[in-house]
Ligand binder design. Structure first.
Ligand SMILES: Cc1cc2nc3c(=O)[nH]c(=O)nc-3n(C[C@H](O)[C@H](O)[C@H](O)COP(=O)(O)O)c2cc1C
Length: 172
């Protein structure tokens, strides 16, 4: 493992060089955020920044890059579904991380409570309506009120750490 020397904001170039590498040490779950475009076609993108925000009211959120082609559709629809990927869905995570591709070709899905796509085989599904969209740096924070959810209960979640997709079983 390559060590990263201590850097400070006094040396912005050093921070730039180390930023991605250092943050890759933080492991996340992996979700695909889906919605529908203006023609009712399914859209979606892989997201690692998903987080729970509030219990009462029930709020969740994620950060989408300002250059994302999916973000305008999610914002325009005002609704999205968080598909928590299962450990065996790493190929799906790669598919939905490619911009402007035909991401739903050959992908099984069905409509959730408000019509947003729920991906077949996902670990859990969370249907949300947008309550806040706020630009922060080069990303938008999108906050959603949880309208419905379901957990399949028979799979492990997918984990992402240092650019590698992993299963919780890897740790045992
Ligand atoms: C594991 C993983 C996590 C990611 N997390 C995010 C994220 O939180 N926010 C984001 O904007 N992009 C994230 N991406 C990158 C997007 O999935 C990628 O930019 C995608 O091309 C966006 O597609 P779009 O331009 O069609 O919306 C992630 C990619 C991977 C592989």
């Amino acid at each position: 493992m390559t060590a990263i020397p201590s850097v400070t904001a006094a040396d912005p170039a050093a921070v730039d060089a180390s930023f991605r590498e250092a943050l890759a040490h933080f492991c996340t779950g992996v979700v695909v955020v889906t919605s529908l475009d203006g023609s009712q076609r399914p859209v979606g993108m892989t997201v690692g920044s998903f987080t729970s925000i509030s219990l009462d009211p029930p709020l969740v959120g994620f950060y989408a890059g300002r250059t994302s082609t999916t973000l305008p559709h999610i914002a325009g629809r005002g609704r999205f579904c968080v598909n928590v990927l299962a450990a065996d869905q790493h190929e799906l995570a790669r598919t939905f991380a490619v911009s402007d591709a035909d991401k739903f070709a050959g992908v099984g899905w069905f409509r959730g409570r408000d019509g947003c796509p729920r991906l077949t085989g996902a670990h859990a599904w969370i249907d949300c309506s947008i309550t806040l969209r706020q630009t922060i740096g080069d990303h938008d924070l999108v906050v959603g009120h949880v309208e419905a959810l379901a957990v399949s209960g028979d799979s492990d979640p997918l984990v992402f750490h240092r650019s590698i997709f992993r299963s919780l079983k890897d740790a045992s």
